[in-house]
Design a protein around this ligand. Structure first.
Ligand code: FAD
Ligand code: DLZ
Ligand code: SF4
Length: 506
């Protein structure tokens, strides 16, 4: 029996279900660089280079283990350019009896595979790299009107016995140490350098390819310093644990001009494409709490992101697709301003976060959430366009993780299924957590008018605009009481300033 085992770009894990019990004599692994996947959104140049280089290294590693690999390069003469035709072509060329694949990360790709099942013998296996299966999450969510990450996270902590004491209670007495994780940072602080990998011959060839084939895509290709093998990804993780982990919690929400990487781990690229395994990362983090006295606010905070948020958004994605993609609770339809592609904004916070995104295909969580996301929410940017932007510009973006964060967490397009209230905020929050306002052309102190920080009036304008949808939300009652007490003249100035801003967007 000849079996074809298909490995997609985000399935670069040697112990993935589709590679279990491989028969080296008869089986072949198929990996394909295909135009359709590079173009369905115009991915950042670095994202394409990263995935292609990581795929080629993974294929080389399998070959060295004596496994037959059919690797289709983007520019191969016979490459048909899409998953369906490449799988069909291989089945025919190699007289394959059966095809095996691990469930893809994206609904769109699963639909392609289901369609293929009508014509070829194709088995789709569970992706057991996640710590909560799709069915388990469905069972958990079944009788709940809306979900909250915190309760799901506690179940996951107990299930995997992570930071749990002998009485089945959270180590340290609390489940969540987020309130200790809000220290602002300053630009004279010591900032550890991120992991940097020199390009080898494989990466150099991929970089040339991306330079010529994707010249019109967003983002800077150089310098390219991503890890592209599992060994390198592990080195990146170890560097984080050695140099940044201790202060991860303290500065998790901080933003500093010119400091793109801060105290974050920068491992989402590697977790999401399979080079790192979430449970191994969590276990290593937990071990460092016991062996190296890493503070609990850092360890718990880091573990919560992976065991809590990452699994939670994935569960919600599969629970709510395909409807999720089309939800638009706040009727947000405004076109993205040009500066989302250039970074040229008078608002220094947006200029910094978008420029860093362009340079690195990375921005850390608070930049994505409280600067770019908050701005997208309070200006009513198109749900479809914002999703497309986030999916394209970050090297860790796949729809399963991007869509819940964008439609659910930042745009409230799901009407509050993922989060209990919108993450809307005025400029004061950005001013507190960053030094961006110091070099801004707008004044954080002024509330309305041409010189005022746009976040200050756009925030209230957003609340006024959506009063009918939010005023009964218990978590927003206080803010609506403040709004109700506001003088009419102030409200008029807010609306006037917002209308003016929303015409020129600068
Ligand atoms: P760290 O801050 O070091 O956190 C450790 C890990 O926790 C991350 O690597 C990631 O795997 C996980 N994590 C943290 N927060 C989340 C979250 N909200 N959802 C899922 N996993 C999380 N993450 C992606 O992996 N891909 C995306 O496309 C993506 N899009 C986002 C869009 C928006 C609007 C927002 C607000 C967040 C998004 N995130 C996304 C989550 C988060 O911003 C990134 O995971 C994080 O910035 C990656 O950097 P890091 O590895 O340094 O993370
Ligand atoms: C994002 C991406 C890109 C740019 N290119 C490829 C590719 O050439 N081959 C491949 O197997 N996967 C690619 N991907 C990832 C897919 O678009 C998709 O996100 C995953 O298959 C998850 O379903
Ligand atoms: Fe951003 Fe407002 Fe601060 Fe300028 S003043 S950096 S627009 S928050």
């Amino acid at each position: 029996m000849k079996t074809l085992r298909v490995i997609l770009a985000d399935q670069l894990s040697e112990n993935i279900s589709s590679l279990q019990n491989i028969d080296k004599a008869n089986d072949t692994v198929l990996m394909m660089e295909v135009k359709a996947e590079t173009k369905y959104v115009k991915h950042h140049k670095k994202k394409i280079a990263f995935l292609f280089s990581a795929m080629r290294h993974f294929a080389k590693n399998l070959t060295e283990q004596g496994i037959n690999v059919r690797y289709i390069k983007l520019t191969d003469a016979d490459n048909t350019g899409n998953f369906t035709d490449e799988i069909k072509r291989t089945v025919k060329d190699l007289a394959i009896d059966k095809v095996i694949i691990t469930q893809p990360g994206e609904y769109r790709v699963l639909e392609i595979l289901k369609d293929l099942q009508k014509t070829i013998n194709l088995e789709i296996l569970d992706d057991d790299r996640f710590l909560c299966s799709i069915d388990e999450f469905k069972d958990y969510a079944e009788d709940k009107k809306n979900l909250r990450m915190e309760f799901f996270y506690r179940i996951m902590r107990r299930k995997h016995n992570i930071l749990i004491d002998d009485n089945n209670q959270p180590v340290g007495g609390k489940w969540n140490y987020d309130s200790e994780n809000r220290k602002p940072a300053s630009n004279d602080m010591f900032m550890p350098q991120p992991y940097e990998q020199k390009a080898d011959d494989i990466t150099a060839e991929v970089l040339k390819l991306v330079e010529t084939e994707f010249a019109d895509h967003f983002g800077d290709l150089y310098p390219f310093t991503f890890a592209v093998t599992r060994t390198q990804a592990l080195a990146c993780l170890d560097k984080f644990f050695a140099e940044r982990f201790e202060l991860f919690g303290d500065y998790q929400d901080a933003m500093v001009e010119g400091q793109a990487w801060m105290y974050h781990s920068h491992i989402s690229f590697y977790l999401n494409c399979g080079l790192l395994d979430p449970l191994e990362v969590i276990k290593k983090a937990e071990e460092l709490y016991y062996t190296k006295n890493i503070p609990l606010n850092a360890v718990e905070g880091f573990i919560r992101q992976i065991l809590g948020w990452r699994e939670y958004v994935r569960g919600i994605y599969w629970l709510r697709m395909p409807e999720f993609e089309n939800e638009n609770y706040l009727d947000a339809n405004r076109d993205l301003p040009e500066f989302f592609w250039t970074g040229n904004s008078k608002m220094n916070c947006l200029k910094q976060c978008i420029t860093e995104t362009k340079e690195n295909a990375y921005a850390h969580h608070i930049q994505r959430l409280m600067v770019i996301g908050n701005f997208s929410l309070i200006t009513g940017l198109s749900v479809e366009q914002v999703n497309e932007w986030y999916l394209a510009v970050y090297a860790d973006a796949y729809q399963w993780v991007e869509l819940p964060n964008v439609s659910g967490m930042i745009l409230f397009a799901d009407g509050g299924y993922l989060g209990s209230k919108p993450y809307a905020a005025g400029g004061a929050y950005i001013n507190k957590m960053s030094d961006y306002c110091v070099n801004c052309k707008y004044s954080i102190k002024e509330k309305t008018g041409d010189k005022a920080c746009p976040f200050n009036y756009l925030y209230w304008n957003f609340l006024i605009q959506h009063k009918d949808k939010f005023e009964k939300n218990p978590r927003m009652a206080m803010i609506y009481r403040t709004l109700d007490k506001m003088k009419d003249e102030n409200k008029e100035n807010i609306i006037k300033s917002s209308q003016k801003f929303l015409v020129k967007f600068e």
